[in-house]
Design a protein around this ligand. Structure first.
Ligand code: SAM
Length: 217
């Protein structure tokens, strides 16, 4: 791996773009989690395994600077949220399936700013007493029906001027519909609570996914 960074001015502090095995890769610094390539403290952040990394690869206007407080919805076993915790402040990770949450607890062992919560993101009242209000960023990747509604229900945690970084998986809403129709509907539903800053399809990293950056109204 090269010691010199490439142009990473659009990346949050703590995320770099480095030559790794002859390829330019995003990296964060932390304990490895999912068998990702490492060099010293640096670990590759694979955009094919992470919608947020795909949004950064596409240079979307995430507004991430590093050190933000984050509410992450749909943490699974911690692939993406482990990287987020590497460059953020307090990171609350909501996941409703017990099995991946057990893995997530292991990931949190080496990250004292990562707080796994076995909770349903459709029921924010069940974790409102734990998650601080006024987080800087909500990241959402739940890949389940009603993705825009989940985002709207969790708007209460986001400070004014904060950002929603959302991945919408078309097939999770309706396998039969045209993805563009699903995305139009999601954008429309979000307008209740958010103003959309930018949207972008996440190909070639994720098929039929839309990345959305939005700010609360
Ligand atoms: N974001 C993860 C990553 O990049 O490492 C992958 C997330 S996976 C696509 C979607 C996850 O959301 C699954 O683990 C699923 O159990 C979880 N999920 C779906 N609906 C949820 C809900 N209502 N509340 C909490 N988690 C949910």
């Amino acid at each position: 791996m090269s010691d010199s960074n490439e142009d990473d001015s659009a990346l949050p502090t703590g995320v770099e773009r480095r030559q790794f095995g002859g390829e330019s890769r995003l990296v964060t610094r932390g304990e490895p989690v999912y068998g990702e390539p490492t060099d010293g403290d640096w670990r590759c952040w694979d955009a094919r395994r992470s919608k947020l990394a795909a949004m950064l690869e596409h240079e979307m206007d995430t507004g991430l600077q590093g050190d933000e407080t984050v509410l992450y919805l749909g943490a699974a076993s911690g692939t993406t949220v482990s990287h987020v915790a590497d460059f953020s402040g307090a990171t609350y990770a909501v996941e409703f399936a017990p099995r991946p949450t057990r893995d997530l607890l292991d990931v949190a062992e080496s990250r004292d700013n990562l707080f796994p919560l076995l909770k349903d993101a459709r029921k924010p009242a069940t974790y409102a007493h734990v998650v601080e209000s006024n987080v800087d960023v909500v990241v959402q990747d739940v890949a389940t029906r009603g993705q825009a509604r989940v985002a709207c229900e969790n708007r209460q945690f986001l400070k004014d001027g904060g950002r929603l970084l959302l991945a919408i998986k078309a097939r999770s809403e309706d396998v039969a519909s045209d993805p563009e129709a699903v995305f139009d509907h999601a954008r429309e539903s979000l307008k209740e609570e958010f103003e959309i800053v930018e949207t972008r399809r996440l190909e070639p990293f994720h098929t039929d996914h839309l990345g959305i950056v939005a700010v609360p109204r």
